[in-house]
Design a protein around this ligand. Structure first.
Ligand code: ATP
Ligand code: MG
Length: 541
């Protein structure tokens, strides 16, 4: 057996060595109330990854005990996103598959005197729960006999009571130091149409009660979840012990993934979609898997990121720059290179006539990718920001009287500019050095700056979209995400691009030289280049 890579694997190794389990079964348990986000990718990495390491199995388990928020649309999106990320589930299971059994177990608890029907309202239950330092107060209905409880519980199921009029509570200990053990509610009355069972039920089990049962019924050996469930583990175990589960699944908690500048709560992501702050669940700024996919981020980079940050028992926050660095690594190795000019400025080579083709390496890190031809000519575009009329010292880009190399082509000298009435430069006039062609340069001229360019006669119009983070830096941190919202996170430019970009396959990720990594797509016949990640690595490893 491979060496344990983290504390979860150590626990599993102990259980295997002690003969408590023989084959490993896990589950990935999303609630179908929204789209999966990058935090879920970590949960999948842990659940699917652990099963795979032990030659075990991992189910896709839909935790659908909360009908008012769950939808088939979300079920479909979750299945699609897991598959895209590259994971395969053994069985697809729903908590609702087990509603009959979960109900039968509740009757068993009632008959064993371990659950009672309570008439207190939700507010009254909350008010009598006590605090971390004070015990709670026992419900006046706690002494009902099993027969009376059974009758009332069946009446609850049959729809005799209004929503919230009664509930079923486990009878545990109102003085427990763990608040979750103070006679927790395990069934509530709720009239809501369930996305799978329709109106069959008007009572629904609570998560803490249903989850250990669903784990057991699926044969889960290790129920891996995030740290906020640590305080719920005594209840998880109570359910298993009192229902006589053998072998009882073991719950192990690990730290959530938190990333700076990313909103990672389905509830809040949903709000952004609903109030129109983003274009949808798959907006490229969203940390949802659908958004990351639409952004052009490779699934392999997300899996690799989860693997590299590791599995820990203590919560921490990962820098967004680290995630971006991993993505950049993948794209740098695989993305073809191309040129596009985001804020075009005309450049005319006054002493050049005719046209020719120059060679471009498709990816200098991958010689096997080969080269392609790019048309060069008299009329070009360069970046407006690559020219300065009033350059600071050591300015190596275009300036009057200065030399630069046009990438893979010639050295040019800037001789003059054309300005409009307001004095803005509208065109730069250059002369080229005929002996300076890349690869055969005998000019002896040193040009420190190398600029990317596009050919004005062959280029295509493109829309370039650049993105900032949806959340401002942690320095702005208020507890409320809305205080950290970056209202101006999408920037659109009218650009000029190499025609090869228009011909490329939809969705291809390119490195636009000196600009960044961009995904090519076509919208309404228009070429759109959408930022995946910047070129600069400003993350300090
Ligand atoms: P959210 O808080 O975003 O609404 P959730 O926990 O309610 O997420 P679920 O659908 O219940 O979402 O999550 C499915 C699984 O993914 C759970 O086991 C949960 O612990 C895990 N998970 C959710 N967010 C993260 C995260 N940021 N890091 C690691 N695991 C996560
Ligand atoms: Mg949840």
């Amino acid at each position: 057996m491979a060496e344990a890579a983290n504390f979860i694997e150590q626990f599993i190794d102990e259980d295997l060595a002690a003969g408590k389990v023989s084959a490993i079964q896990t589950r990935f348990p999303p609630e179908p109330n929204g789209y999966l986000h990058i935090g879920h990718a970590k949960s999948m990495f842990v659940n699917f990854g652990t099963a795979e390491k032990y030659n075990g199995k991992c189910n896709l388990f839909f935790d659908d005990t909360n009908p008012s928020k769950e939808k088939t649309e979300f079920v479909d999106a979750i299945r699609r996103d897991i598959t895209w990320l590259g994971y395969h589930w053994e069985k697809e299971v729903y908590a609702s598959d087990f509603f009959d059994t979960i109900y039968a177990y509740a009757e068993q608890l009632i008959l064993d005197g371990k659950a009672f029907v309570c008439d207190l309202s939700a507010e009254e239950i909350k008010a009598t729960r006590g605090t971390l330092t004070e015990p709670g107060t026992e419900s006046p209905y706690r002494g009902r006999t099993p027969e009376e409880n059974l009758r009332l519980f069946r009446e609850m199921k049959e729809g005799k009571y209004r929503d919230g009029e009664k509930c079923l509570r486990a009878k545990i200990d109102m003085a427990s130091p763990n608040v979750n053990m103070r006679d927790p509610v395990i069934y509530r009355i709720l009239r809501a149409t369930h996305h799978r069972t329709g109106d069959k039920w008007c009572i629904y089990p609570m998560y803490d009660y249903a989850h250990p049962i669903c784990d057991y019924l699926q044969g889960v050996t290790h129920s891996l979840c995030t740290l906020e469930f640590e305080d719920h583990r005594p209840l998880y175990d109570w359910v298993g012990i009192n229902l006589g589960f053998a072998p009882k699944p073991r719950q192990i908690e690990f730290a959530r993934l938190n990333v700076t500048n990313l909103v990672m709560s389905k509830r809040y992501l949903k709000k952004l979609v609903e109030d129109g702050s983003v274009h949808g669940w798959d907006d490229p700024r969203m940390p949802t898997l659908a958004g990351l996919r639409n952004r052009g981020i490779p699934a392999a980079a997300i899996r690799d990121f989860c693997s590299r940050i590791g599995v820990a028992k203590a919560n921490s926050e990962c820098e967004i720059g680290y995630f971006e660095a991993v993505v950049r690594e993948y794209l740098n190795a695989n993305a073809p290179r191309a040129m596009a000019v985001v804020e075009p400025l005309k450049l005319t080579i006054t002493n050049y006539e005719g046209s020719e083709e120059v060679d471009f390496e498709i990816n200098q890190l991958d010689p096997a990718a080969g080269t392609r031809k790019v048309a060069f000519g008299k009329h070009l575009f360069v970046e407006r920001s690559d020219f300065s009329l009033d350059p600071p010292p050591k300015y190596f880009r275009l300036k009057l009287g200065g030399y630069v190399r046009l990438k893979n082509a010639y050295i040019v000298r800037c001789d003059d500019v054309v300005t409009d009435e307001a004095g803005n430069v509208t065109e730069v006039l250059c002369s080229y050095v005929p002996t300076s062609r890349s690869g055969e340069d005998t000019s002896g001229i040193k040009a420190k700056g190398v600029l990317h360019w596009v050919n004005a006669d062959t280029c295509v119009d493109a829309e370039v979209r650049k993105y900032d983070h949806l959340l401002k830096d942690a320095d702005y941190a208020g507890q409320d995400f809305s205080e950290r919202m970056n209202a101006d996170s999408e920037h659109i430019f009218a650009a000029k691009a190499d025609p090869a970009l228009a011909q490329a396959e939809e969705g291809t990720a390119f490195q636009l030289m000196r600009t960044g990594y961009y995904k090519k797509c076509t919208e309404g016949g228009k070429l759109v280049l959408s930022e995946i990640v910047s070129l600069k690595d400003n993350f300090n490893k």
